[in-house]
Design a protein around this ligand. Sequence first.
Ligand code: NAP
Length: 321
Amino acid sequence: MEYRDLGKTGIRVSCIGLGCYPISGMAGGTNWSGINDNESIKTIKHAQTLGINLLDTAEGYGDGHSERIIGKSIRENRTEYVIATKLAAKPKVPGKNLESHIKKSCEGSLARLKTDYIDIYQLHSEPNYGDMPIIVDTLQVLVDEGKIRVFGISTYETEVIQALIKLGNLSIAQIGYSLLNPVGLKGLNFALENKLGTLIRVPLAQGALTGKYFKSLEELSNVDRRYQRFNTPRISASLKKLEELTFLSETPGRTLVQAALRFVLDTPGVTSVIAGAKDRTQLEENAGAAYVRSLTEAEKQKALKIGKEANWPLPPYTKWT
Ligand SMILES: NC(=O)c1ccc[n+]([C@@H]2O[C@H](COP(=O)([O-])OP(=O)(O)OC[C@H]3O[C@@H](n4cnc5c(N)ncnc54)[C@H](OP(=O)(O)O)[C@@H]3O)[C@@H](O)[C@H]2O)c1
């Protein structure tokens, strides 16, 4: 496994991480189908065997279920893992104190994760500019208390990251980027310039880049969160076009999944790719991306052209309002 410096934080992470959104399963209306908690625990433990040390979750994943599963999996080997979690959103009750909301959220995550510190604490979405000073001050208090090691934000908006950096020691950006999603490039360039560590979310376009949905959605349960989204004429046409990406798996010893992850890994500014995996088999394949041959420039250009022509629609991202 290859390990990379997470920006200026002094933390080293595997270049392939484990995205722990899918292990929420059906909990809290998250609706990832085909998830088995026992297998999720084995998968998280197996990550360590494969040299994967980074786990990304959020308090909102399955209403805490993903964090709870991580807590059950890492108890004996806590220090071997770098845990990144996220603070959901501003309190829904008007007038509720933001500082106490953040501290309470942090305590909740610590309890579910069964740990006394979080390595990377991220804002799950963008706050209002007016709320930023209190948010950054509170996150710094959590650092000073040893409850979190570093903090960051999941966003595409470099102006938002810049504003938070001006107020304090924000050191991590979580950015969406893949063969089908060029939007994150601006954030990656910004991260490079500002020496931020980056976690790259949704690198397989929620499974669309694995190839199994190119021809049909037979393998996707109709209760799965992706079913309604993928089952439209626009996405069907897009998936049909994406079938042309199978040329990437013609390189011996490299699967399509691994090529898609390798593409992200080789992009300047990327620290770690947090691909979701629902079992040990998927995780092993994803870990293998750290070892396969990089895409040639010609392969990269051809794949990007196919991705562009497929016109894959990106899901909307919400704000902290
Ligand atoms: N706003 C945010 O901050 C935000 C938003 C979204 C995600 N994230 C983070 O980013 C992580 C990654 O995104 P994601 O999990 O949504 O999507 P993803 O990594 O693009 O895709 C994950 C899905 O692809 C399929 N898959 C993965 N590896 C596979 C393999 N080797 N072979 C076949 N299928 C495979 C699995 O689903 P099936 O087998 O069921 O198809 C898996 O659940 C999340 O887990 C989460 O930690 C953050």
